[in-house]
Write a protein that binds this ligand. Structure first.
Ligand code: SAM
Ligand code: SF4
Length: 515
C-alpha cells in the first residue's frame, strides 16, 4: 500500500484508499432512468443516420427557429451536423453570428487559467498530467505560491476572472481547492489609479460528491466546469482506463447534476474534440443540456470546445478522429445555434487566426495564459512579461496563442468588440435560472452592456498601454452613444443617469461599480 504525504506534510493513509472513497454510487444511481443514463448511443447514431439528407429549406427553417433562443431538437441538430455543402455551412455560420449578436451583442469576456496541481491519479491517454507520464514535472502550489501567481494575474496583467485547474489527487482535493479560492480572492493590490483583484473564480476540477461541492459553493465558486471529454461510451472506455476514477463514465456524466444539487447553478459542459466522431459529441452536448434543463429547469451556463493539442510525453498515434480547422469552425457555429443561450468558450489552445475567425460567435476567450505550474510568477520575475516562458515540462499541453492581454484587447477593440470584465452576475445573484430568463428575453444584455462599459473603462485606466487605451476609448464612446440612443426604449432615463454618474466616478478613480 502506497503511503503518501499531503503538501502540509501530514500523512494520510494512501492514495488508493482516497481513490476508493471518492465515488458515491448512490449519487449516480439516483439520476438513472430504468438503469440507463441519458446518452443512448444507438439512438444518437440512428438520429444522425435518419437526418443525413436534408433539404436547404429544412436547414433554413431550423436556423429561423433558432432565433427563439431555445435548446434545439435532436433531429434538427443531427440535420445541421450532417451539412457538408460549404455554402449551406456558411448560412449556419451567419445564423450563429446573428444569434451571438442577439444574446451577447459585441461583448467578449476574457479570463486566464491558473494551473495549481499537476499530480493526477488518472490515466487519460491524451493528457500530459496522466499518472504514468514520466516526462511531466509534478507540482502542487503552496498557498504562498498561489498568492504569488494571483499577484501577477490580478495586478501585472489585469485579469478579473480566473479558471483554476487541477489534476485529480488527494493533495489537491476539495479542501485544497476551497483554500485556493480564498487565497485568490484575498489579493487586492494598488495599481495605477485602482486595484488589482480577482472577482470571479471558476473551477475546472474532477467530479465530486454533493457534500464536497457544497464546500466549493460556500467558498464563492463562479462556474463549475467538468468536460465529459466524449459522450461516446465506447470511446470513453478506450481513453480512460477502467481501474481509474475517471474510468467511471456515470460519475463524470452526472457531476454537474450534483453541482446543481449542491447549489452551484452556473455549470459548464465541454467535449474534447478529436477523441470521437464530432457529430456524435455535438449531439451528446445537446442531450446533456436537455437533461439538465429537464431536471433543474436550467441548462449549462457555458460550453467549452477544447480540441486535442500535443502534450509532453504523449503519443497521439491512437487518435482516429482529429478535427480539421474547417470542421472545428463549423462545430462552434452549430453549438451556437443549438444551445443558443449558453456562453461559448474557445481557448488559447487555438491559434490567433482561428479565434479571430470565431470571435462573432463565441463569448469568452482566455488571454496571456500560462499553463505551466507556477509559470506566471516565473514569466514576470524580472519585472517583464516573458511571453515565451511557458514551462512546458510542467504544463498539460501546448498553447496556440501566447499574446499579451493588452495586445488581444487592442485587436478586439480594433475589430469593434468590447471586452467586458464584468463579474456582477453571480455577485448580484443573477445566476442560474435568473440569468437564463434574462438572456432569453434580451434583458440581461442591457445590464451587460452597461457593465461592459464600466469595467472596460476601469481596465483601460488601470492596465492599458497608451495605444490600447486610445483604441479602447473609441469603442467606449461608441457604446455610450448607442446606450444613449436606446433611452427610453431599453434604458430608462434614471438608469441612464445613474450609469453616466458611475462612469464619471470610474474615471475619477472609483472602482468595482456595476448594475
Ligand atoms: N483533471 C480534471 C479533469 O480531467 O476533469 C480537470 C482538469 S483537466 C486538467 C482539464 C481539461 O483539459 C480536461 O477536461 C480535458 O478536456 C483537457 N485536456 C486534457 N488533455 C488535453 C490535450 N492534450 N489537449 C487539449 N485539452 C486537453
Ligand atoms: Fe488527470 Fe484531468 Fe489530465 Fe485526466 S485530463 S490525466 S484527470 S488532469
Amino acid at each position: 500500500m502506497d503511503t503518501i504525504k499531503t503538501c502540509s506534510g501530514e500523512k494520510i493513509s494512501s492514495v488508493s484508499d482516497w481513490v476508493k472513497n471518492q465515488i458515491k454510487q448512490e449519487e449516480i444511481d439516483k439520476y438513472l432512468e430504468n438503469g440507463h443514463d441519458f446518452i443512448d448511443d444507438a439512438k444518437i447514431k440512428q438520429t444522425l443516420q435518419d437526418n443525413q439528407k436534408v433539404s436547404k429549406e429544412r436547414i433554413r427553417g431550423i436556423l429561423e427557429k433558432a432565433h427563439e433562443i431555445n435548446l434545439m431538437d435532436d433531429a434538427d441538430v443531427a440535420a445541421l451536423v450532417n451539412v457538408k455543402d460549404p455554402d449551406l455551412r456558411q448560412e449556419v455560420f451567419q445564423a450563429a453570428e446573428e444569434i451571438k449578436k442577439q444574446v451577447y451583442d459585441n461583448r467578449i469576456v476574457t479570463f486566464a487559467p491558473l494551473y495549481l496541481s499537476s499530480k493526477c491519479v488518472n490515466g487519460c491517454r491524451y493528457c500530459g498530467f496522466r499518472e504514468d507520464n514520466g516526462m511531466q514535472v509534478r507540482r502542487v502550489l503552496s498557498q504562498a505560491e498561489v498568492e504569488a501567481e494571483t499577484h501577477v494575474l490580478a495586478s501585472k496583467i489585469g485579469h478579473k476572472r480566473l479558471v483554476i485547474v487541477f489534476g485529480e489527487h488527494p493533495d489537491s482535493a476539495v479542501d485544497y481547492i476551497a483554500d485556493t479560492m480564498k487565497t485568490v480572492y484575498s489579493v487586492h493590490d494598488k495599481v495605477r489609479n485602482g486595484v488589482g483583484e480577482i472577482r470571479r473564480v471558476n473551477v475546472n476540477a474532477a467530479p465530486m460528491s454533493i457534500s464536497d461541492m457544497k464546500k466549493l459553493y460556500n467558498s464563492g465558486i463562479g462556474t463549475f466546469q467538468v468536460f465529459q471529454e466524449t459522450y461516446d461510451h465506447e470511446i470513453y472506455r478506450q481513453m480512460h482506463p477502467a481501474n481509474t476514477l475517471k474510468g467511471n463514465y456515470g460519475w463524470r456524466l452526472y457531476s454537474l447534476h450534483r453541482a446543481m444539487e449542491a447549489g452551484i447553478d452556473d455549470v459548464a459542459i465541454g467535449t474534447l474534440f478529436g477523441l470521437a466522431d464530432w457529430r456524435f459529441d455535438v449531439m451528446g452536448m445537446v442531450a446533456h443540456a436537455r437533461d439538465l434543463e429537464k431536471r433543474f429547469g436550467l441548462g449549462p451556463h457555458t460550453i467549452s470546445v477544447p480540441r486535442l493539442e500535443p502534450a509532453i510525453g504523449t503519443d497521439f498515434s491512437f487518435i482516429k478522429n482529429w478535427v480539421n480547422d474547417e470542421d472545428f469552425r463549423y462545430i462552434v457555429a452549430v453549438l451556437r445555434v443549438a444551445i443558443p443561450y449558453a456562453g461559448l468558450i474557445v481557448t488559447n489552445r487555438e491559434k490567433p487566426e482561428m479565434i479571430k475567425s470565431l470571435i462573432d460567435i463565441i463569448t469568452q476567450r482566455d488571454a496571456d495564459s500560462r499553463l505551466g505550474i507556477g509559470a506566471y510568477s516565473e514569466a514576470f520575475k524580472d519585472g517583464k512579461n516573458g511571453q515565451d516562458e511557458q514551462l512546458i515540462d510542467r504544463a498539460q499541453f501546448e498553447l496556440g496563442d501566447t499574446r499579451s492581454l493588452d495586445a488581444i484587447i487592442r485587436e478586439l477593440a480594433e475589430t469593434g468588440h468590447i471586452v467586458s470584465f464584468c463579474t456582477a452576475g453571480y455577485r448580484c445573484g443573477r445566476t442560474g435560472k435568473k440569468i437564463m430568463g434574462l438572456l432569453k428575453s434580451g434583458q440581461e444584455g442591457c445590464f451587460c452592456k452597461l457593465n461592459a462599459v464600466l469595467t472596460f473603462q476601469e481596465w483601460l485606466e488601470d492596465f492599458a498601454s497608451e495605444e490600447t487605451k486610445r483604441i479602447g476609448m473609441e469603442i467606449i464612446n461608441k457604446e455610450i452613444n448607442e446606450i444613449k440612443n436606446r433611452v427610453p426604449k431599453d434604458f430608462s432615463q434614471p438608469i441612464f443617469d445613474s450609469f453616466i454618474k458611475s462612469y464619471d466616478n470610474i474615471c475619477k478613480g472609483h472602482r468595482d461599480l456595476y448594475f
